[in-house]
Ligand binder design. Structure first.
Ligand code: GA4
Length: 331
C-alpha cells in the first residue's frame, strides 16, 4: 500500500477561516439573453457583483457535451500519458502547479491559446486520445462561446449608452485577439477529513486579467465569489447555463465602475468537477484605458496608460491572489 506522507498533503493551501455554514448565493443575477431588455440588468450585475449567470444562450448543447466527454477521456488517461502534453508553460497540461510563481491547487488542467496550432501538437502524443477530435471539439465550443461573449459585450455597451456598441466586442472579434481557453478538472478529495473538514483549495482566489471570462461547469459545486462586504459565497452549479466574470481589463475600460470579481474553487470530497472557461482578451498591442464617455472629466482616469501586452507580462509575474491592477493605478 502506498502511504502518502502527511507533509505531501499539507503543502496544499486550505481556507484559513472557513465559514461553518457557507452560504449559497441564491440571488445570482440571471440574464436571459433572449430578452432585449436584459442590457440594463447586465450593467447592474457588473456593478454590484462583477458576476452573473446567463440563460437562453444559444450555445448548442451538443458542443458542450462533446467537449465535456473529450475532456473527461483525456483526464481519465494515465498520468504518464497526460504529462506528455505538459508542462503548462503556459500552454499544455498542468497538474497542481498553477502559473510559474509557486501557486498550487487540487486541480489538473489543459490551458490553450484559442488560435495556436502549437497547442494541439502537444496532444499528438497522447495514447487513446485523438488530437483532431479534441481540436474540433474545442474549436466548435470556443467559436460558439466567443459569439455569445460578443453579444453580451454589445448589450453591455448599449446598457452603458456608449456610442459604438462594438467598443468591447471588436477586441474579441479581432483576429489578433489574445484569448485563452482552459479545461479544469478537480478530482474528488476524500482526504478533506484529514483537515477536520476545513476547505481545501482547488484553485486559489484570484481575478482574471482579461476582459470577460465565460465559465461552464458540470453539476459539482466548488465555485465561490467574493462579495463587496468581504464574504465568500458559494455559487450553485448549473450545467445548462454560463457564468460570466468581469475581468481586470473591463474594470479599467469602465474606469472602475465595474469591478473584476475575486473568485476561487474549493475541492469536493466526493464528486469530480469539470469546468471549461473562455477568457476573452484584446490584441497584445491594444491600449487598455477608460472609455472617454465613462470618465467624469477630461482625464479622470484612475489608471496609468498601458497596453494589454504590458499588463499581461506584469500579471504573469504575480502570484494568483495578488492585486495585479494596483501597479497600474494612478496614485
Ligand atoms: C488567471 C486567469 C486564467 O486562468 C489565466 C491564469 C494564469 C495561468 O494559469 O497561467 C495565471 C493567472 C490567470 C493570473 C496570474 C498568473 C497567470 C496564473 C498566475 C499565477 C490563464 C490567466 O490569464 O491569468
Amino acid at each position: 500500500m502506498v502511504v502518502l506522507a502527511k507533509s505531501a498533503i499539507e503543502h496544499f493551501p486550505i481556507v484559513k477561516n472557513p465559514c461553518k455554514f457557507p452560504s449559497f448565493f441564491n440571488d445570482v443575477p440571471v440574464i436571459d439573453l433572449s430578452k432585449s431588455d436584459s442590457k440594463n440588468l447586465i450593467v447592474k450585475a457588473c456593478e454590484e457583483f462583477g458576476f452573473f449567470k446567463v440563460i437562453n444562450h444559444n450555445v448548442p448543447m451538443e458542443f458542450i457535451s462533446k467537449l465535456e466527454s473529450e475532456a473527461m477521456k483525456f483526464f481519465s488517461s494515465p498520468l504518464s500519458e497526460k504529462l506528455k502534453a505538459g508542462p503548462a508553460d503556459p500552454f499544455g497540461y498542468g497538474n497542481k502547479k498553477i502559473g510559474q510563481n509557486g501557486d498550487i491547487g487540487r486541480v489538473e488542467y489543459i490551458l490553450l491559446s484559442t488560435d495556436s496550432e502549437f497547442n494541439y501538437q502537444k496532444f499528438a502524443s497522447i495514447l487513446g486520445v485523438n488530437p483532431e477530435t479534441i481540436r474540433s471539439a474545442v474549436d466548435d465550443y470556443v467559436s460558439a462561446v466567443k459569439k455569445m461573449s460578443c453579444e453580451i459585450l454589445e448589450m453591455l455597451a448599449e446598457g452603458l449608452k456608449i456610442n459604438s456598441k462594438y467598443v468591447f466586442s471588436k477586441l474579441l472579434i479581432d483576429e489578433k485577439s489574445d484569448s485563452v481557453f482552459r479545461l479544469n478538472h478537480y478530482p474528488p478529495c476524500p482526504d478533506i477529513q484529514e483537515f477536520n473538514g476545513k476547505n481545501l483549495i482547488g484553485f486559489g482566489e484570484h481575478t482574471d486579467p482579461q476582459i470577460i471570462s465565460v465559465l461552464r461547469s458540470n453539476n459539482t459545486s466548488g465555485l465561490q465569489i467574493l462579495l463587496k462586504d468581504g464574504h465568500w459565497i458559494s455559487v450553485p452549479p448549473d450545467q445548462n447555463s454560463f457564468f460570466i466574470n468581469v475581468g481586470d481589463s473591463l474594470q479599467v475600460m469602465t474606469n472602475g465602475r465595474f469591478k473584476s470579481v475575486k473568485h476561487r474553487v474549493l475541492a469536493n470530497s466526493v464528486k469530480s468537477r469539470l469546468s471549461m472557461i473562455y477568457f476573452g482578451g484584446p490584441p497584445l498591442t491594444e491600449k487598455i484605458a477608460p472609455l472617454p464617455s465613462l470618465m467624469e472629466g477630461e482625464d479622470t482616469s484612475l489608471y496609468k496608460e498601458f497596453t494589454w501586452f504590458e499588463y499581461k507580462n506584469s500579471a504573469y509575474k504575480t502570484r494568483l491572489s495578488d492585486n495585479r491592477l494596483i501597479l497600474f493605478e494612478k496614485i
